[in-house]
Write a protein that binds this ligand. Structure first.
Ligand SMILES: [Zn+2]
Ligand SMILES: [Zn+2]
Length: 382
């Protein structure tokens, strides 16, 4: 096909594919019924006060480090799965495909800028600084020029490597602390990390990396005022690692409470620490943000029925609604008993309480606001 024909056929194909089945032409039958519809999931999470809840994954790899995919695949995944923002964070110090792919630490971002914009996605520039463990790995977001970073893994250069990112005014978070069990100091608040922290070179910690929650890291975030991050650290395809065929399965991500849906607003929210990590059915974050998210999503409706028992006792019936795609599991105390209430995404449950009861309290056991604490909630019934 010559250039003109290719262009013409693209013009014709795009709208038809969006509609589904193409019309057969002479000598050609199309089997579009087996094609995956080109559509974007929507993850519904209501606004939290004045903030939008942006779905973000700021840790993933491509062939420009040790990932197995070309950058554009990341953009497709992010678009299909309904995320708002992402970053490619290829390793600086580890480029095992270098015999086949020219090493260029800015290239992933450059290749994606246009696709991201076309798909209404926010793309942040990023890289993973890959020092030996401890201290381990750090992601730098909003860096300006990754070609200036230190490629040598010499431990004597660890500090300088981080300072390069700091000099570029990057937002820096510590990745997967404790990812290599058994290494002394790998899951400790070591002097190196404290130095970064004291020098305002460390801004957050990856509390959830892929399929693992680093609970001790959650406590560090809370005690030291660092931002809670959750990300996939994806190297292969998201669809290979996450069973997206199951209902309610989504990739691990950071929910960012941002004033606007822009890169600048995300930065403001990350610096202010307004995030909650979301993986599987779990939400992990600082209490105030997990609470705000819960209150924005879960709604107790007024009494819709009162049952009068033979002994004169009255029982009130209520509906508890989950207006989001998040999952909440509560242990609610009702008198002396505790009732487990599961609020699946966009669903409601019925709960009952004696008309005498002024409030129901309990724990949202699908949340962590510290390593050993769930969010406690209280519903006023009067
Ligand atoms: Zn890493
Ligand atoms: Zn990584």
């Amino acid at each position: 096909m010559n250039q003109r024909n290719v262009c013409l056929s693209l013009l014709v194909l795009v709208p038809l594919l969006a509609l589904g089945q193409r019309k057969d032409v002479e000598g050609m039958r199309y089997l579009d019924e087996n094609r995956r519809p080109a559509q974007r999931e929507q993850i519904i999470i209501p606004n939290v006060g004045a903030y939008q809840v942006l779905k973000c994954d700021f840790h993933m790899h491509t062939v420009f480090s040790d990932g197995n995919v070309w950058p554009t695949v990341r953009n497709q995944e992010v678009w299909q799965e309904g995320l708002d923002a992402y970053a490619i964070t290829d390793h600086i110090e580890y480029t095992p495909h270098k015999e086949d792919v020219i090493v260029n630490h800015n290239r992933g971002y450059e290749l994606l800028k246009e696709s991201a914009a076309k798909n209404n996605l926010i793309l942040l520039k990023g890289n993973e600084l890959t020092r030996d463990t401890p201290p381990g790995h750090f992601n730098a977001l909003y860096n300006s020029d990754a070609s200036e970073y230190i490629v040598s893994r010499d431990t004597a250069l660890d500090k300088e490597a981080l300072m390069k990112a700091s000099a570029q005014n990057a937002f820096i978070f510590w990745n997967h602390p404790g990812w290599k069990p058994g290494i002394e100091g790998s899951y400790e608040w070591i002097p190196f990390v404290d130095y970064l922290y004291q020098n305002k070179t460390l801004h957050g910690i990856e509390v959830i990396n892929g399929f693992g929650i680093h609970l001790k890291a959650l406590d560090w975030c809370i005690d030291k005022g660092l931002t809670v991050m959750g990300s996939t650290d994806m190297h292969s395809l998201v669809a290979h690692e996450y069973d997206l065929s199951k209902e309610y399965v989504h990739r691990t991500m950071t929910l960012v409470l941002a004033k606007e849906r822009t890169a600048e607003s995300i930065r403001e929210a990350l610096v202010a620490g307004r995030t909650v990590a979301w993986a599987s059915k779990i939400l992990a974050g600082k209490e105030e943000h997990v609470r705000a998210l819960f209150e924005a999503c879960v709604e107790l409706m007024p009494v819709h029925y009162t049952e009068e028992k033979k002994n004169g006792d009255k029982i009130n019936y209520y509906e508890l609604r989950n207006n989001s795609d998040l999952y909440f599991e509560l242990d609610l105390k009702n008198g002396n008993s505790t009732k487990r209430v599961v609020l699946y995404p966009r669903s409601a449950q019925q709960i009952t309480a004696s008309a005498e009861t002024a409030s129901l309290s309990g724990e949202v056991i699908s949340t962590y606001v510290r390593s050993d604490q769930h969010l406690t909630v209280n519903f006023s019934l009067k």
